[in-house]
Design a protein around this ligand. Sequence first.
Ligand SMILES: O=C(O)CCC(=O)C(=O)O
Ligand SMILES: [Fe+2]
Length: 359
Amino acid sequence: MSPVPISSVKVGKIDDVQELRKTKTSSIPERFVRDSTERPALCPVITTNNNIPVIDISKLLKPNNDEFHYEIMKLSAACEEWGFFQVINHGIDLAVVENIEKMAMEFFMLPLEEKQKYPMIPGTVQGYGQAFIFSEDQKLDWCNMFALALEPHHMRNLKLWPTKPSNFSETLEEYSREVRKFCKNLLKYIAKSLGLNANLFEDMFGVAVQAVRMNYYPVCPRPDLVLGLSPHSDGSALTVLQQRKGSSVGLQILKDNKWVSVQPIPDALVINIGDTIEVLSNGRYKSVEHRAVANKEKDRLSIVTFYAPSYEIELAPLPELIYEKNPPKYRRYNHGEYSKHYITNKLQGKKTLEFVKLK
Ligand SMILES: O=C(O)CCC(=O)C(=O)O
Ligand SMILES: [Fe+2]
């Protein structure tokens, strides 16, 4: 069951944030102004460096030596305590990483009419615009998105593949191939870190679903009033996030009820555990709530890949991780049904997981 468009949704007027920015006005339209409880400046933000764990993938290439075991232990602690980590020496060709950043920026800098040839279709999260908007009074994010499903092949909506910039398809295909390889390997390490057979996730997921979302956050005159992206957890198994070099700092994760700002490390990728792994690990690994904030001085680009099981797969906490003192916390469900639930509801912290949580 793959996501289907919803045609009956009334989303109201959605101002394009890049166009708003061009007007140089310092006032923010009401639909972007958050309630005081949601405004970023009112929440305590920790910005200390070196907080989010860093995993060195090169140390995982030779299994079963001390370095390998140490790194696997670090990975396990990162997934349990943070749900987020950065990876260095990830093995993805840096030229491929740079190319996608350049291409994405070229896309976002195109005239609005060009980008609007690929409008976001409510209920599918594909195309250009704002996703997860389901009513006329819902608050908007200070962000322009462009998202596409890449795999499996039959899910590609070819009408949504831009013809400009001219290298769009080729660049995205190359990037997504590299990221797919990386995700498959990382899932092996994650399985090992849970004491499971390395191939368990790959065998279980079938032909994995892979989607990419490019988020562009223009400079904002009042970042204290808006959010770049509403708080949410990801409905994927794994998410790989790349931040454009020289972008502002914008990603924040909720840790012990405080928003912690993720300081980018050059050439590193940010990884987070999505809802699927939280469920399969019966809550041992956390799909952590995160959001993005806007910035007054610098714009920001993030390129996000969601890697998830095939839609027909049934998911439930793994029997290997269930024992008497740790009974199942989630029910058995179909992943396609979960995905549909995810993308047909607005982003609201970890609310989506309630759909499958056992009371
Ligand atoms: O731009 C970011 O840092 C956050 C993006 C994100 O969380 C998402 O696209 O799911
Ligand atoms: Fe996310």
